[in-house]
Design a binder for this molecule. Structure first.
Ligand SMILES: [Zn+2]
Ligand SMILES: [Zn+2]
Length: 371
């Protein structure tokens, strides 16, 4: 990383590390990484929120629930009056990115911009929601795999806040939000993922591309429960959900990487981690991510080669045991299901019953992905 000035030192993983980056055009981006609490093998590191100091200064993301006031403190330490920011753009609906919104809007006059799907899915729809304890969850949380012990402690206050947010919607098309600054809709990790292109010299990518870690994909089946809300605008699940859509988003980024080979990438996690900078070379990183998924497809077909299996069995055979503790097991199942959905679409697997798969003998996936 060049042309940076450390304003406030953070810890070894970057927590609290306020840094000013100056792009060749003179545009300044300030990093504001706030704490995340996941630990062990699923540690993402802090959420890297950014202030973009263009003609209409704005913020990207607000950190997780409880981090909004730290974010405001960090802005002040960088010499930015929070009220000078016109809006906060939410990169996607995961709680480590929008959890701090309530505090942020209580402390400042900031407006919120996010993708249309974000605005739709943060609301409660008691008559469409799954019955039982999720009835008053926002729609984006209906599919959540976290256990009750987790959401009781971490999510209920957050759910209440979401319901009343006023959001200016950003659509699927490239949308100009400042001079030389526009958004790109890159769904797959989340149906509402937005990236921000800055003067063709930098990209803020949210969780679409991360260093070190592979962003987890959504499952196509997540669409089903929210179909009543989404279908008028998005009649096809695959247009916003699933691993196939994620890979298409990577392909859109690859075209940018080829056009602008030196583009700087600002990810939402691990820009700095374990005492070192993780610079992303976009083209190279995109190829690594695609290869990772190709290997996972191949491994799933191998595991199923001799007999059909349930998803839990595939999870046990595919992942190291240390990754399967607590919520890790559910995250692993999400991975296998999202990959199996693509393999079914390629004709390499059949789903003999819900989440039970058998091979067909073909291996079309590689050609399917590379094309
Ligand atoms: Zn995310
Ligand atoms: Zn994240």
């Amino acid at each position: 990383m060049n042309n940076l000035k450390i304003i406030q030192k953070g810890d070894e993983n970057g927590n609290g590390m306020v840094v000013k980056f100056r792009l060749p055009s003179g545009l300044e981006i300030i990093s504001l990484p706030t704490k995340n609490f996941y630990g062990g093998h699923w540690d993402l590191g802090p959420t890297w929120n950014y202030a973009v100091m263009g003609d209409r200064p704005f913020l990207v993301d607000s950190g997780r629930f409880g981090q909004g006031s730290h974010l405001v403190d960090m802005l002040e330490s960088a010499g930015i009056q929070p009220d000078a920011l016109e809006f906060v753009l939410i990169s996607h609906s995961h709680e480590d990115h929008d959890g701090g919104l309530a505090e942020l809007i209580a402390l400042t006059d900031i407006k919120i911009k996010a993708h249309t799907v974000y605005d739709l899915l943060i609301r409660q729809y008691p008559t469409l929601a799954p019955q039982g304890y999720k009835q008053h969850f926002p729609a984006k949380c209906w599919h959540c795999i976290m256990p009750e012990s987790f959401f009781k402690e971490n999510c209920l206050g957050y759910h209440r806040v979401l319901q009343n947010l006023e959001v200016e919607r950003i659509g699927d098309e490239v949308t100009v939000i400042g001079s030389g600054i526009s958004t790109l809709h890159l769904p797959g990790h989340s149906p509402d993922s937005l990236a921000v292109m800055l003067n063709e010299e930098a990209l803020i990518v949210g969780d679409v591309v991360l260093p070190d870690i592979t962003p987890w994909p959504t499952r196509l089946e997540q669409y089903e429960e929210a179909a009543g809300i989404l279908a008028p605008l998005y009649p096809e699940a695959g247009s916003i959900f699933g691993l196939k859509r994620y890979l298409d988003s990577l392909n859109e980024l690859l075209q940018i990487a080829e056009q602008y080979p030196d583009i700087l990438v600002f990810p939402a996690h691990r820009l700095y981690y374990r005492n070192q900078w993780n610079t992303i070379r976009l083209r190279e990183r995109l190829h690594q991510l695609v290869e990772h998924h190709i290997q996972r497809f191949a491994s799933i077909l191998d595991i199923l080669a001799t007999e059909e299996k349930e998803v839990d069995e595939i999870v046990r055979l595919h992942f190291r045991e240390s990754l399967l503790k607590g919520p890790g097991k559910l995250m692993a199942a999400n991975e296998i299901i999202s990959h199996a959905e693509v393999l079914v679409a390629c004709g390499d697997l059949v789903e003999v019953k819900k989440h039970r798969y058998a091979v067909t003998g073909s291996k079309n996936f590689e050609e399917f992905i590379r094309s």
